[in-house]
Design a binder for this molecule. Structure first.
Ligand code: GLV
Ligand code: MG
Length: 321
């Protein structure tokens, strides 16, 4: 469990079906921030049990250094969830960072997972609380309860929007995930849902993650849809195909100009508020007035850039005399 201010970056979260050992192995070499091995909707019911074993083997095999290692279990309305959690955590708990719980509807469901994880960690002698929870919001009830879900356990690290299930849950009149439903011509049909999730995530210090874009050959479409949630403040998005990775890593990182500008504001503000710089609270940086609120905005941008490993190309020089 990691708090979001110090959290590892999750710009690109790659979904890999647990039923395919070949895909699990191939995914390890890809430049994504997170890999989640799926036991849920990308795995056929008759393949669920074997998928658990594949996932345990893939986690224990290693090769995932530097990536957030996640397994998505089946949702709590199915018969599979408890055995998914027990088999995966007993089999590979030391090599796993988070369990993703799909279709979360209530805080109690998260509390169940928290307690189950604690029991397994105690049994195995693992550090209690280290394994985090990713909560996927995929239906109307989950969204209505999102504040309580975010607070249901200190293990919760991310709140994830699951657009496909969500569209079905609210009877949205469209079959194209993430794109605007035909006939809705007054803005973005996802704005309320994304904003609601984002507010819960920010209020309780979690990461906000956007879900999949299924037209995997349409990278421009991916960029456009990802660009909306990134602009609002989301931290990252699922990727379903190697072709979407570069776009995700780019869209959820600042561009070089914004990153440089943010670092410049931080340096300038530190200088001008110091005794040496005149102990001033509001000052001009070029044509722009900066103050404490500017510092906070700059911190967000620089935090994203630093997490993405960006290097600054401009330095602040205090004025002479
Ligand atoms: C993801 O699980 C989705 O339903 O979009
Ligand atoms: Mg789903």
């Amino acid at each position: 469990m990691v708090d979001s201010s110090s959290a590892r970056s999750r710009r690109s979260c790659l979904a890999v079906p647990g039923s395919s050992p070949k895909m699990l192995s191939k995914a390890k070499g890809l430049p994504v921030d997170q890999i989640f091995m799926d036991l849920e909707d990308s795995v056929a019911p008759i393949a669920k049990e074997e998928a658990r074993q594949n996932v345990v083997a893939a986690l224990n095999e290693g090769g995932l250094e530097g990536k957030v290692r996640v397994v998505r279990v089946n949702d709590l309305t199915t018969q599979w969830t408890y055995r998914d959690v027990i088999e995966v955590v007993e089999g590979a708990g030391a090599n796993l960072d988070c369990i993703m719980l799909p279709k979360v509807q209530t805080a109690e469901q998260v509390a169940w997972l928290d307690m189950t994880l604690t029991q397994i960690e105690k049994t195995l002698g693992l550090e209690v609380g280290r394994i985090g929870i990713e909560a996927q919001i995929e239906n109307a009830l989950g969204l209505v309860n999102v504040d309580a879900i975010a607070q249901a356990s200190p293990r919760v690290e991310t709140i994830i929007f699951g657009p496909a299930d969500f569209m079905a849950s609210i009877n949205m009149k469209s079959l194209v995930v993430g794109e605007q439903p035909p006939g809705y011509d007054v803005g973005d049909a996802y704005h309320y849902i994304l904003s609601r999730i984002l507010m819960a995530a920010r209020a309780y210090d979690k990461q906000a993650i956007d879900g999949p874009y299924l037209q995997i050959k349409d990278v421009d479409g991916f960029r456009r849809v990802a660009g909306r949630s990134a602009a609002l403040g989301f931290d990252g998005k699922w990727v379903l195909h190697p072709g979407q990775i570069e776009a995700a890593n780019e869209v959820y990182s600042p561009n070089q100009e914004d990153y440089d500008h943010a670092e410049l504001i931080l340096d300038a503000y530190a200088y001008y508020t110091s005794a040496e710089g005149g102990a001033r609270g509001a000052v001009m940086l070029g044509d722009e007035m900066i103050d404490e609120a500017s510092r906070k905005m700059a911190l967000v941008m620089s935090g994203k850039g630093r997490a993405a490993g960006m290097k600054r190309t401009k330095t602040f020089t205090p004025p002479e005399g």
